[in-house]
Ligand binder design. Structure first.
Ligand code: ADE
Length: 224
């Protein structure tokens, strides 16, 4: 998979891909992340990528021209499954959406800033708008990093134990059961006996019951 992320603050995307699972996925060439500075596609002397909104009002709007030049240059090289705009008014990201997108070959992610982008970008250049939650971020970069993380960890070979993504919270619309590790007792706080029993079928049954109970308790809307 290849992901091209278009940003006006590319530095914001330096660290999310430099550690742990995402770094390993990149090192193993299971994914290629290409962060593009939108200013490289600006035509004006001052590398302007935003301007005042027509009709007045507060905030700047990202211009169509640099975005069009950038997306066109990418699309001249390869075909993209989606051209995504990260925006609080997009489709809400969830696990099924991440599962579907993890089989993409090439993705473009456009990170918004200022008061948003010229509506013509959204209407004509973008194929999909995605929100990571009902709150407003200062820009789309952190949302793009979240979206990349959810997708990349599902690419076969990225997680060392391939079954571990299948047992994640939300994969079966249940949240994950409680987990414990050594010591078996800490300051009087004990690990449930069943987990020390070595009886795998009983452990699995207990975990499933715990998942159901937790989901009912914390996220009942997932069961509906
Ligand atoms: N840009 C600003 N807020 C956002 C959000 N919640 N999701 C995606 N992109 C955003």
């Amino acid at each position: 998979m290849r992901i091209d992320i278009i940003s006006v603050v590319p530095g914001l995307l330096e660290s999310p891909f430099g550690f742990s699972i995402l770094k390993r996925a990149i090192d193993k060439k299971l994914v290629e992340i290409n962060v593009i500075n939108l200013r490289d596609y600006a035509t004006s002397k001052h590398k302007t990528v935003d301007d005042y909104p027509y009709g007045g009002g507060a905030g700047m709007v990202m211009m169509i021209e640099p975005i069009d030049r950038c997306i066109s240059a990418l699309q001249a090289e390869r075909t993209y499954d989606e051209v995504i705009y990260l925006s609080p008014d997009g489709d809400l990201l969830d696990q099924p959406m991440a599962n579907r997108m993890s089989s993409s070959k090439n993705l473009i992610m456009l990170c918004g800033h200022y008061k948003g982008v010229d509506e013509r970008v959204r209407k004509h250049l973008i194929t999909r708008e995605i929100s990571i939650g009902n709150y407003v971020l200062s820009g789309g970069e952190l949302a793009a990093a979240v979206l990349c993380d959810t997708i990349i960890r599902l690419i076969p070979g990225v997680l060392s134990d391939e079954t571990s993504a299948l047992s994640d919270s939300f994969q079966d619309n249940l949240i994950a059961p409680p987990a414990y590790t050594r010591p078996a007792e800490y300051n009087g706080l004990k690990v449930p006996d069943i987990l020390l029993s070595g009886n795998t079928p009983e452990v699995e049954k207990w975990r499933h019951e715990q998942s159901l109970e937790r989901t009912r308790d914390r996220r009942p809307e997932l069961l509906r």
